[in-house]
Write a protein that binds this ligand. Structure first.
Ligand code: GDP
Ligand code: IMO
Ligand code: MG
Length: 428
């Protein structure tokens, strides 16, 4: 089982951290391939809760080599802060490997992220304010600063000066902010170089050799399909490729090495930030999902928007990613409802469609068409096999599977590692 991909199948926070942790004991490498510290992946081990942002969740699994791939954007101050926080809790982080080609998030990216959002006003994206969009924009504009630049002071100086020539114009003239000093920024970045140096490798070579030696590599996606810069609800997306294709470009692992694509999907839907969300519930049903599901952002603490399961979105994700298995999380949160609604299509200005519409305008106007399924009252958090689930919960899972068009191989019934029903092994 060489390379396995984990992706979010909705708008993020589906439980990718828990799914990665579940497989952690059986894989050799866990690679983060996109995003940065906009992510917040929660792992609960022996009652202890860990929130990973820039680091792959696999850093918590003994024996796993955690890798930050070339597709990630790294805020070095955040990286060291996160490593120190884990070390203080007794986690060994010494095996971390960082790609020399990953781009850096610098203080001007963070400032620009925040001021552009403020200037957008009502049209804002609702970003996490971590500088992610501006850092990826610079990467594509070929203005970015990469990890390897920290080890060549002359180049670093040139690149920082080149970038600040442009950024300072924007900061001062457009956004009325103070200019940044190139000398100060170079000094700050150089202060990270010695600590980072031993972690840095050509991670494409490392992973290529690992695959050639028959090792198992898990590619842990950040964000999700509907937040992908190409396939999501643009412009209300993040700035990276969060889908299975991004796992290849963000790690240097070829598509032919990938044998399994695991889509993580919540038993209902949540979204943080702005943008279309057809099944959003703005009433007490949404409030119930938020409070029972603890739907508050891992990174920003913002309340997550909540709504019913969206079948067309799950099917779209299955298609875009080539999902071979779904992990359906948080089924326990639906316990106690008399009825559960599932969106099976949309009414777009009088026409009922079963797929995600082609245009963003149509998606904004899409009204969900629901099928009502009977609920269940039992607490399912102690279920460990499919047969342990009440009949109506089983029917719900099977309905989702048929609608989404890929098997639900694993079901989450609580945040802990063992609160899991495995119907089909994800690695064999
Ligand atoms: P990620 O970004 O996809 O890793 O997801 P987050 O960690 O941001 O959000 C998922 C939340 O749901 C976390 O608090 C998890 O501990 C929790 N969680 C994961 N799976 C389950 C589950 O099956 N049931 C419940 N009740 N909580 C879960
Ligand atoms: P994980 O990996 C949920 C959302 C933000 C915003 C949009 C753009 O934990 O699932 P950005 O800061 O990336 O430019 O913000 O994307 N967003 C997420 N929403 N989970 C995430 O990560 C997210 N990362 C970014 O809320 O709407
Ligand atoms: Mg999250």
């Amino acid at each position: 089982m060489p390379a396995v991909v984990i992706v979010g199948a909705q708008w993020g926070d589906e439980g990718k951290g828990k799914a990665t942790d579940l497989l952690g004991e059986r894989v050799d490498y866990v690679v983060k391939f996109n995003g940065g510290n906009n992510a917040g992946h929660t792992v609960v081990i022996d009652g202890e809760r860990y929130a990973l942002h820039l680091l792959p969740s696999g850093i918590l699994s003994p024996g796993v080599i955690p890798v930050i791939g070339n597709g990630v954007v790294i805020d070095p101050g955040v990286l060291f802060g996160e490593l120190e926080a884990l070390n203080e809790r007794g986690i060994d982080t010494s095996e971390l490997v960082v790609s020399s080609n990953a781009h850096l998030v610098t203080p001007y990216h963070v400032v620009l992220d925040r001021v552009t959002e403020r200037f957008l006003g009502k049209a804002r994206i609702g970003t996490t304010g971590r500088g992610i969009g501006p850092a990826y924009a610079d990467k594509i504009s070929r203005l970015g600063i990469r990890v390897q630049d920290l080890f060549d002071e002359k180049i670093l100086q040139q690149k920082v000066e080149g970038a600040l020539d442009q950024k300072n114009q924007m900061l001062v003239k457009v956004y009325n902010r103070r200019a940044m000093s190139a000398a100060d920024l170079v000094a700050e970045l150089l202060s990270y170089a010695d600590r980072l140096r031993p972690m840095v490798q050509d991670t494409t070579l490392l992973l290529g050799n690992a695959l050639a030696a028959g090792k198992t590599v898990l590619l842990e996606g950040g964000q999700a399909t509907m937040l992908d810069v190409d396939h999501g609800t643009y412009p209300f997306v993040t700035s990276s490729s969060a889908t299975a294709g991004g796992a290849c470009t963000g790690s240097g692992i070829p598509p032919t090495a990938i044998t399994r694509v695991i889509g993580i999907v919540k038993a209902y839907t949540t979204r943080v930030g702005e943008g279309p969300f057809p099944t959003e519930l703005l009433d007490e049903s949404g409030e119930r999902l938020r409070s029972v599901g603890g739907e508050y952002g891992t990174t920003t603490g913002r309340p997550r928007r909540c709504g019913w399961f969206d079948g067309p979105v799950a099917r779209y994700s299955a298609r875009i990613n080539g999902i071979t298995d779904f992990v359906l999380t948080k089924l326990d949160v639906l316990s106690g409802l008399d009825q559960v609604e599932v969106c099976v299509g949309y009414d777009v200005e009088g026409t009922v469609v079963s797929d995600v519409p082609m245009s963003q305008t149509e998606f904004h106007h899409a009204k969900p068409v629901y099928q009502t399924l009977p609920g269940w009252s039992e607490d399912i958090s102690a279920a460990r096999s499919f047969a342990d689930l009440p009949a109506n919960a089983q029917t719900y899972v099977q309905f989702i599977e048929d609608l989404a068009g890929a098997p639900v191989s694993v079901i989450g019934v609580g945040p802990a590692r063992d609160q899991t029903v495995v119907r089909r092994d994800l690695l064999s």
